[in-house]
Design a protein around this ligand. Structure first.
Ligand code: ZN
Length: 274
């Protein structure tokens, strides 16, 4: 079986210090937490940044640059910068595209709109087309975050129109309020409908994180863990760091016999530009 790529969602845009004191907020905290997770075995760092004043997500390029520079100077990690802003608050398109200017190897591409609690996470066609075009121009690979089956077909239509290029890389997001549940059936179905030759990884949110990671490990997929998607280590026990969540998946993979991909091995698996 192919080596397993571990991605870590370092902070996201919404988790507050009230929910967990361990969520990184300041640029130096986000970078340090990502670097620690890379040391633990994560080869891809999925990065959001937070406004130091409000603590909420922002697409501020100067904050992204600070985090990216720190991580690039200390690691060979693959960077996947977010284009989502704050899901449900729906920042202007041009703001959401700002991190592409830092030429990361991956950016997130949320392939459709979805209800998240009381809000709608808007990803209208004009946003997706602008994002797809800029990734093509810059040679950045979009990581296709799909919350539901229809979003997979959206990606297939974009592929047919030439706005996405094979091989596609999917990140299944399972367990959000308005998306597909984090179940074995959901995951199996998603893996069956993606175009041949695609790679895939899975995010199980909340209590779904570990079960989805273990399933992906056995099925030959890749996994994402981290505080963005789940703040607990076990029922009622907060995870103390991103590294702690990565270390557990590494331990299970070792016992199971699935090797972990280094960043360079992940680059080959995902067909990233050298
Ligand atoms: Zn994210």
């Amino acid at each position: 079986m192919e080596k397993m790529i571990i991605t870590v969602g370092v902070t996201g845009s919404r988790i507050t210090r009230k929910q967990t004191p361990y969520i990184p907020i300041l640029p130096e905290e986000i970078a340090a937490s990502g670097i620690e997770a890379w040391r633990a075995g994560a080869s891809i760092l999925h990065i959001h940044v937070r406004d130091p004043k409000t603590g909420l997500g922002t697409q501020d390029i100067s904050l992204f640059k600070e985090v990216v520079d720190r991580i690039r100077s200390e690691t060979d990690a693959i960077l996947c910068l977010t284009t989502s802003g704050i899901p449900g608050r729906n920042l202007p398109i041009q703001e959401r595209l700002q991190p592409l200017a830092l030429n990361p190897e991956l950016v997130s591409f949320d392939a459709g709109s979805v209800n998240l609690n009381e809000n709608v996470f808007l990803n209208p066609p004009e946003f997706l087309e602008a994002l797809a075009k800029e990734t093509l121009e810059r040679g950045i690979k979009p990581e296709l975050e799909v919350f539901d089956t229809g979003m997979v077909y959206t990606c297939i239509r974009y592929l047919e129109r030439g706005l996405l290029k094979k091989p596609l890389h999917f990140q299944f997001v399972l367990g959000t309020v308005g998306g597909m549940p984090a179940t074995a059936k959901s995951l199996l179905y998603m893996t069956e409908i993606i175009p041949e030759g695609s790679t895939w990884s899975v995010i199980g949110t909340g209590a779904g994180q570990l079960p989805m990671a273990v399933l992906a490990m056995v099925m030959g997929g890749h996994v994402r863990v981290g505080l963005e998607d789940n703040i607990y280590y076990s029922k009622g026990v907060l995870a103390k760091s991103n590294a702690e969540l990565v270390e557990r998946v590494v331990r299970i993979a070792k016992e199971y016999g699935r090797e972990i991909a280094t960043p360079d091995e992940a680059r080959k698996i995902l067909n990233l530009k050298p």
